[in-house]
Design a protein. Sequence first.
Length: 528
Amino acid sequence: MATSVENVETTFGIEKLNAFQQEAIDALMNKRDVFVGTKTGSGKTIIYQSMGVLNKEMVTVVIAPLQSIMEEQVDRLNKTGMSAIYIDSLKMPLNEIIGGKYQFIYGSPEILVDSTKWRDTFRHPVFSKKVGLLVVDEAHTILQWGESHNQEEVFRESFSRIGELRSLCPAASVLALTATASPTNRRKIMKNLCFKKNNCIIVDSPDRHNIKISVKKVKNNSEVEDDLEFIFSGLKDKGKDFPKHLIFCNTIKECSLVYSALVREFVHMNHMINMYHSKTPDDVKKTIRKDMESENGIIRVLVSTSSAGMGVNFKNLHNIVHFTPPRDMDTLVQQMGRAGRDGKQSDELILYKSHKTQMKKLDNEMMKLIISDDSCRRKIIADCYLTKKCETVVDHCCCDLCESKCKCGEMECPCRHPVFFNADNPVTEEQCTSRTRNITDDEFQLLRHKLKLLKESLDQNSTSSFVTDLETISTANIECIIKNASNLFSVEDVLQYVWSYDLAKYVHEVLIDVFDDMMTNISSSDSE
């Protein structure tokens, strides 16, 4: 095996396989199913591509979400002397494939799962014996794209049916690769792919010690130019010397809104600004990727949906901005991992609005991350994945909350994100309410009584035996709410002291019962 490993290292031009790569390869050679959840840029693709060196007669079928990922991998494999092909609706040389001409076959689930021709090919007695490995790259898309969220239409339903390929190739092992999957989502993915009992699971902490996380609350009725003022002023002052920024948006509509605002302002610098999403023409995507993967690329600001959050290696990128928070922690970790792949210090900025339309789309872990005003944000992420945060980082390079407590005395401390330097829009503007009320002792007593009743009701009605502070209201929450009751008028106000939007609504109803000056209707100025 030592000689074979050396052949893999020589073929792919790497000095030495790391420990998790070796472990995964050994498990696959022993015909075990393998789940690998390690950081972006850690070298997961080498695991299955090594099969072309270790078992040249075996066929590996790779299911991936993006055409760009597949085409680049096919090109790379062919250049190493192995045989690989990307399958689409127009390119399907079944006779050559069945005959074993290709060691690696790449395709989308829409082709490999939904196509009757391909299902018949998998059932072919000759081909089915050759297929030794089914690979699902970016396996988190099984849940993120294949399932409905908050009654939204499923983005790509075929992803939820990738596991059906297991029944067509029962002898093949399965390898699932992702940079982000919480323990719960990992179990869901493995169940979907029908993992066998003797499987191998390899995961590491998603914590990136060189990425500082900052969060800023912006006005509900703010304009793009206000929220991203630091980018507008940076482009204006520095032009081509402005550091690369990747701005993530949740929808194409939102993406277009941000992009339009930028190109309107910088008419003569449009070549430095671009947009990337699923509707972007393929030739434009290739041009953008080529530019962003160059050390000396022209693009300074790229506005994108999740399309640029997977399978790309943008060079010299140290600034990620989430114009709105992603729905879940897996998406955040995946997307912010685009920055700092060279090991240099980088920044992740999350902008959020407290209105109902945006908040109700977030899961509890994401809500906790952005609302927190005392817990380390990177520790919140690590806790979500049941791992530990890297403790070697200096506090002022950890997150915005740790920065405020840092007393290292270094010249670089503090090093606040530029978004906080705008004097016209200070960070605490919306957190400081202009409304207040005088509360009598009887009202304080009534409020405490009703909040205790709410706690009892939530505790009794909880469907889970593992009740967390995200599902019910704690005594500490109650005391915070009572202490700050003079400033609480809306659900958004309450969200400063509880982690769940639904819980904030329950508390808001209690406040309505106690006080006669409450805001019973919440308006949203969001354009979604």
